[in-house]
Design a protein around this ligand. Sequence first.
Ligand code: KPL
Length: 320
Amino acid sequence: MDTDSNTPGWFIAGDGAIGMALGCLLQQQGASVRLISRVAKPTPAMMSCRFTGGETVEWTCPVMSEPDGTSIDRLIVATKAYAVSDVMDRWGSSLAPGARVFFLQNGLNLDSDRQPPPSTQPLIVVNSGFAAFRDEPNHVVQTAGEAVWVGDGSARSEASDPNVRNDIACLDAAGFHVRWTPDIIARRWLKIAVNSVINPLTVIHDCVNGMLLEQPEAVRMIRDLCDESGRILAAMEVSFSAEEIHSETLRVIEATAPNRSSMLQDHRRGDGRHELDYINLPLIRMGTAHGIEVEEHQLVYDRARRMLATCEPAGGQSPA
Ligand code: KPL
């Protein structure tokens, strides 16, 4: 495993909470890290991270907003789903042949899930256990550090490329506990099913995740949505049952009880960008395509869409 700062470094697109926390963890392991920001920022940036153990680390890191001719061997895309196409448009041509590109988004875009150039290796990360939030512009607080899943969509029991295995070992040693799985597509659908319950319901009820369990209407909707998702996933031959989706949803709500979901944060930020069409819409579309009734999901989608519309620019947004 390389932790040597002379080896090709890590580029992290997205200087939000997860991007900053990951950058800090990797740099502490001795890796060279550069953050990629959508907008030009003073560089190097001075940041701090408080980790779950209680330790606070001050760190500095170069920040880039435009390619400078450097060839990128490993890129972590830690942006929101709607920003992925911008990242690929701007940085795709800087990716070296064989570069590993780790995608950390919630949900997916069924119309055009933006891929990096064909000569590179896209890897899907399903984040089911690492959480952080930003409480000041350059200060991040990590709130959970459980295992997360990674895969390339193949049924291989481990990554075939030793570079990918090395990357996974580096991330794991740094404290981002990635585990390879041959079932990454099913795991992504499970996470979509869970997020499609928690995220819009926290917008509708304007509450932190844990409060959902204190509202009888929300508790009933959680059950009904999970049952419907179970029928959709069964029709898609994805192996998670309604019971498993329901218990995973309750587990996540309890584990992230004090969190404001990312969709509620999008709503409150009010800049018109949110992930409803990347999380809820794919399930609705899959259900419809397989002839499954999606009444509960459609109702929740429509309610949340109306509420999120109050923060959209005229004309709404379309999946990027
Ligand atoms: O993934 C999340 C999100 O907010 O998008 C959960 C797990 C619901 C945590 O808030």
